[in-house]
Write a protein that binds this ligand. Structure first.
Ligand code: SF4
Length: 264
């Protein structure tokens, strides 16, 4: 009994597989829907505001007031969407949701001066062929530095990782650098994580060693996925992340069982 290989791998999917192979299978292969969460939906809202602030306004107009107006615009759109309705928030929860998003947008201005940003792309979709599989990813923002080199910028709306997990998270960041190298033929000089909640900026500098390490690691993950698909064996890996997982009903660690695998 085997499972169908996913068509491609992304930085998010690499983390998903290493965090929990079973959750990866349910998400990327069985494609079981996950209910929207306030955390994810708020992240989408804030990303949209910052995307428009940078992409639709010239540098000198990228002020906190314009960002607030863009938040109002994106909030109006979100508020009448099915995704937002599915959250089932009451009035007080809605107000707290919006206030939190507003705080994140305000914090953005503590991390950089948007007037100086020279973006060459936002929500940029990149893909490349690596050793027989497709690596694809969406970059929040790709900048041109003052010295004419690429800089990848990634907005984060959750909490910054503790020192214990920071190294693992930065590994994902270097994967974006590998994607740029493969898809654009140019390695970014920096990958910058803007953690809006703290607010905190973390910068990773790609090197030939980190790129090589990422390539080896990503190919190893893809081969592990291939083996798991051939055997139909994606083991659950219980961890604190289970608290945020929507798949308890399908997970043996919570008394459930995964969907059966049909014979080819
Ligand atoms: S509940 Fe935990 S172990 Fe089970 S699929 Fe989700 S993350 Fe994996």
């Amino acid at each position: 009994m085997s499972l169908t290989l996913p068509a491609s791998l992304s930085p998010t999917r690499v983390s998903s597989f290493t965090d929990c192979p079973l959750a990866f299978r349910l998400r990327a292969i069985d494609r079981l829907p996950e209910p929207p969460s306030p955390h994810m939906t708020r992240g989408t809202l804030v990303h949209r505001v910052l995307e428009r602030l940078i992409w639709e306004h010239p540098g000198e107009h990228r002020t906190p007031e314009v960002a607030a107006a863009e938040l109002e615009r994106a909030w109006t759109e979100l508020h009448c969407s099915e995704e937002f309705a599915a959250l089932g928030l009451d009035r007080d929860e809605e107000a707290a949701f919006l206030a939190d998003a507003s705080g994140l947008v305000t914090n953005y201005f503590a991390l950089e001066d948007p007037a100086r940003v020279d973006a060459v792309g936002v929500e940029l979709s990149l893909e490349a062929e690596i050793e027989g599989f497709r690596l694809r990813g969406i970059i929040d923002r790709l900048d041109m530095s003052e010295t004419g080199e690429l800089v990848v910028v990634d907005y984060k709306t959750g909490r910054a990782p503790s020192a214990r997990y920071e190294k693992a998270k930065l590994a994902g960041v270097h994967l974006y650098a590998l994607l740029c190298e493969q898809a654009l033929g140019e390695v970014p000089v920096e990958v910058r994580l803007l953690h809006l909640r703290e607010p905190l900026s973390i910068t990773a500098v790609p090197s030939p060693q980190t790129l090589r390490g990422q390539r080896v690691r990503t190919v190893a993950v893809w081969k592990a996925i291939e083996r798991a698909c051939q055997r139909g064996d994606f083991a659950p890996k219980p961890s604190p992340l289970c608290d945020y997982c929507s798949y308890h009903a399908w997970c043996p660690a919570f008394g459930g069982s995964p969907p059966s695998i049909s014979a080819p």
